[in-house]
Design a protein around this ligand. Sequence first.
Ligand code: COA
Length: 337
Amino acid sequence: MTADHRRAAVLCGIGTWLPPRVVTNDDLAQQLDTSDEWIRSRTGIRERRVIDPGTSTSDLAVEAGARALKSAGGGNVDLVIVATTTPDHPCPSTAPEVASRLGLTGVPAFDLNAVCAGFVYSLATAVGHIVAGIASRVLVIGADTFTTVLNPHDRTTVAIFGDGAGAVVLRAGTADEPGALGPFDLGSDGTNAELLIVPAGGSRQRGSGQPLDPADVHFRMDGQPVFRNAVTRMSESAAKVLAQAGWRIEDVDRFACHQANARILTAVARTLEVPEERVVMNVDRVGNTVAASIPLVLADAAAAGDIVPGHRVLITSFGAGLGWGSTVITWPDIDLG
Ligand code: COA
């Protein structure tokens, strides 16, 4: 293989944080008309983590961010991106507070909202900053407390989502190093925005002036078309990024797909013809953690020895917007904490 000395962004640290409170399917069945059997068979989820009152997205982000920085050997970064759809406040963004609490006051910091595709979009944004020479070391955090926007009486959504955070540090390096990210495939489809939406609270339906319709303040989801779109979009996006990378499907050692639902993961893997044993999964333990999903499943699989240095990993995600994104990485030898 010829050396490729183009400037690239290289993964050099990873860290995660989950709130301590575990909510099992049986716990949900005590409040809602559902059952462990229904949730497990339709989604593969057994339990999820849920924040307690007083905890917010920034709290999870700071914990995950601190662990990623430690895994990267400490030192500063020159950009912080927080992928989230559940910021601490509608204004300001959450990233500056997260940066300050990590001792990074003065460093540029912003939120990126691309819902469940937010982490992959943020990776692409960080790569762009590094390759353009605007930054040389970037902390990318995916953090969401999506349980805070759910209707507690809606059994369909309460069963699926959980809270959590995951983070990585990217440094400037070269394209032929293990850990170099990319290429990327990103996409969106606003014509299907209504399929996954919190109708009120933004500029179209604000809290000031007219009172908000209580039916509109929570997340709504039209499950079946979401399922179909998730499978199609992630399969197409993953295939495109493989073609850009010049990888064949048999080159993929591990497939890290957005942990929306075990049936979605299996359907995407089957469409791509990735063998089941190469698909990494933690949706059974954490549910759908939105922007935290990809770093959480990567870190879990690496900690379990299921992803090892040298593995070629295909990453793909999909979420509300609609939005989707994929990338590839050869897993580096990093400190897992
Ligand atoms: N427990 C028991 N019953 C439930 C339930 C739950 N947690 N959630 C929904 N149901 C009910 C529905 O109310 C419906 O009842 P009805 O027939 O009396 O109206 C019935 O189950 C069937 O609903 P349906 O939507 O057809 O089920 P489904 O097989 O499509 O499964 C999902 C529902 C949500 C699991 C499935 O559509 C899905 O996984 N969609 C993708 C969701 C997702 O991943 N979103 C995030 C994308 S990033």
